[in-house]
Design a protein around this ligand. Structure first.
Ligand code: DGI
Ligand code: FE
Ligand code: FE
Ligand code: FE
Length: 190
């Protein structure tokens, strides 16, 4: 795929080696999940490839760019600017990498906090980000990886739950969207 290869080349300049490797892991894992759930393969590859395209921008620049581009920054985001790489990722995917597919852009935008009522593509990228082979061993990883290919909603809920446990154990402030997403999928699991 021409577009994918061209973006890979450009992306390599903007990510460190570790992040680039992670990105390829997410791209191929998104593709595998798309095969399993009969989602669009090209969209899954593209969203997986670009999901962290803004990750390596220094935090002060993230804030600066949001200000310049009039992108809203919440209090939690101001205190934890790393959260901004998701919405900035969608911004750069469109402006710098020429992606106009709003479904792909939404999957990039929601990949860190999730959101209530995620599309299949959004779930795929969110889960692939967590389970890609290069990801360090998080709690329940073996089960979560298996679950991803058996029951996508159950897997999504498990990741949301484990992420909240992790953030709370570390005293990291929860973004309201993370909380809302968790409560939404908790209700759906009942
Ligand atoms: O960019 P990645 O590391 O591949 O993964 P990601 O985009 O899912 O980001 C994960 C990081 O984001 C992780 O270090 C925890 C953080 N995070 C996720 N939800 C929240 C959060 N940080 C805060 N402060 N609040 C959240 O709700
Ligand atoms: Fe990310
Ligand atoms: Fe994630
Ligand atoms: Fe990622």
């Amino acid at each position: 795929n021409q577009q994918i290869r061209k973006i890979q080349k450009e992306l390599k300049k903007h990510l460190d080696e570790e992040r680039y490797e992670h990105t390829l892991g997410v791209m191929y894992t998104s593709a595998a999940l798309a095969m399993r759930y009969q989602a669009n393969l090209e969209q899954a590859l593209l969203a997986g490839l670009l999901h962290d395209c803004a990750k390596c921008i220094p935090n002060s620049e993230k804030i600066q760019i949001c200000r310049e581009e009039r992108l809203a920054v919440s209090e939690v985001e101001k205190a934890n600017p790393s959260l901004l790489h998701a919405k900035l990722g969608a911004f750069f995917a469109r402006k710098q990498y020429g992606v106009s597919d709003t479904e792909v852009l939404d999957a990039i935008k929601s990949h860190t906090t999730g959101r209530p009522g995620m599309s299949l593509l959004e779930k795929i990228v969110y889960i692939a980000d967590y389970i890609e082979p290069g990801r360090k061993e998080l709690p329940n990883m073996k089960d979560v990886r298996q679950m991803a290919f058996e029951d996508i909603d159950k897997c999504l809920y498990k990741i949301l739950e484990d992420s909240l446990v992790y953030l709370n154990s570390r005293g990291i402030p929860i973004d309201p969207m993370t909380e809302q997403t968790y409560l939404y999928y908790k209700e759906e699991q009942k």
